[in-house]
Design a protein around this ligand. Sequence first.
Ligand code: 6R9
Length: 653
Amino acid sequence: MAEPLEALLEEGRTFPPPPEFAARALVRDRGLYERADADPEGFWAHQAAELLHWDRRWDRVLDWDLPFARWFVGGRLNVAYNCLDRHVEAGHGDQVAYLWEGEPGDRRRITYAELLAEVCRLANALRGLGVGRGDRVAIYMGMVPELPVAMLACARIGAAHSVVFGGFTADSLRDRINDAEASVLITCDGAWRRGNVVPLKEIADAAMAATPTVRHCLVLRRTGQDGVPMTEGRDRWWHDVVPDHPATCAAEPMDAEQLLFLLYTSGTTGRPKGIMHTTGGYLTQVAFTHRYVFDLHPETDVYWCTADCGWVTGHSYIVYGPLANRATSVMYEGSPDYPDKDRFWAIVERYGVTILYTAPTAIRTFMKWGTEYPERHDLSSLRLLGSVGEPINPEAWVWYWQHIGGGRCPIVDTWWQTETGAIMISPLPGLTVCKPGSATHPLPGIAVDVVDDGGRSVGVPGGGYLVLTRPWPSMLRGIWGDPQRYHDTYWSRFEGRYFAGDGAKWDADGYLWLLGRVDDIMLVSGHNISTTEVESALVDHPAVAEAAVVGKTDPITGQAVSAFVILRSGYEASDELVAELREHVARLIGPIARPKTVLFTEDLPKTRSGKIMRRLLRDVAEDHALGDTTTLADPAVVEQIKARYLTTAADEE
Ligand code: 6R9
């Protein structure tokens, strides 16, 4: 635990699975990889049969009419049945599905039997509101148990849900409802956020002023403020409608390719894309990955994914994967710094969390706050840690390993996307020898390559574009209403292969390193430089908590590296520190990557899911008008950086 950082970060240092972990891990040998390599379709068919209950077995595993896939063709199953009924029928009705904690401190324990009853009531209520198979239901709620209930109720009756993150504005909600032509919206009166109420119903009303397809709005009372506006004939309180319905509702078998949900991704340009996910393949791969990547032992584990259900991570790893595998999950409503910066660690201690899945943005924030917060709590229940959402900088990986995992927990760095539906590249924690910052290898059944501009494999070692070379069960089935855009966005850049939009490299040992979005990669004096690598070099310095770098137009080098740096608590900005950081990067990567400018900042512009928006920092560095800031968590941040940049960031040379 007290090992010095330099030793842990030593070049090439690897982390084999801790022996105590490996001894009882679900996967301890390469058998899964070997079986998947030998026959990928057979492998997935085996997983589908083993992990799920099918009402009708499929006729064919895969129909592949590039770029359109159908998995488990002819098969029938119900997602809600797989997530709830079968566990209750097998005698596990009393097992806790969710240990829920509200931000104000209220708590609920919801068993599988209780969850099933509530899902059935809501499913019946939705039918009463005229919702049927193939209809779309929009969901705009905070992190309350009724959010998974709403998702599962839709799945039970074959309606597709479209969850819109509760931090989105009325305009974003309106556009998503209209694109999906949703007939019902489920929302809350409000949501708790840092002790304040976000008035979700008021925002929903503003959206519904221009959503002609919405016939009904169901409103859950959560925050309980007075004067929530209810429109006669359209709006109904959840507590007036749902409890009157019976707690049973037949789970009808659905076609394996029935639309399960739409989830909108904003991307960097253009209007949001409604990513389509279907039933059988999706549930197979989320159940498979949740079980083996998180080494889930349902009898003893307490699993906590800190994402919001408004993102794909919440869909796949708070709702569908964990419930399909009969996990007991913690679900937390609010912010990590309310009432204090130790809230996550208090939750880990209180519930005895064994598996924690969070994001690099959160880990870097915890680093900035300092170790005193985790040190206040007993974190010894933890046995496995996960990361998702961005590349994890080696320094953040080691901090996570040491200060949260106590040096005894493997870390699974999981690469995937809204579009992939489930984890694609990740260690298996009982087997894989990890390198901090590398997502290591594709999972069994997944085929990836790294290619150059012309689509040729770069080989090992080498860097280029990440592509997926074979269809996978939980792949997106398209973009809602726009098959051409689906083809153009993902399948046209490299013929026959899925273009993920991320840069990647193989190192000499054949480990994969994800290098961030290709739009962010810099070109300095003819060299491709990854923002991720420069940021990791900066974060490697003891003074730096977080960093974002962008390429700025430069008359001599084409682009020059421009860095935005957040210091750890206890460090002060100074010219000496600027010089030191520039040298640090030059030493770790090479003089070519040395930042030309360094600006210290309190905050970085991030999307609501915590990803750094480098596009806007590029606008700042180039002194351009700021591009679209509507997807930012806090648009004020970038304005402040812009003001600071203009007054203080002179070039260093
Ligand atoms: C699950 C999720 C997808 C993009 C993806 C990549 C980045 C996610 C990562 C990672 C490096 C990881 N990303 N996990 N980069 N290492 N472990 O985040 O989905 O919101 O659609 O974002 O996130 O750039 O292309 P989504």
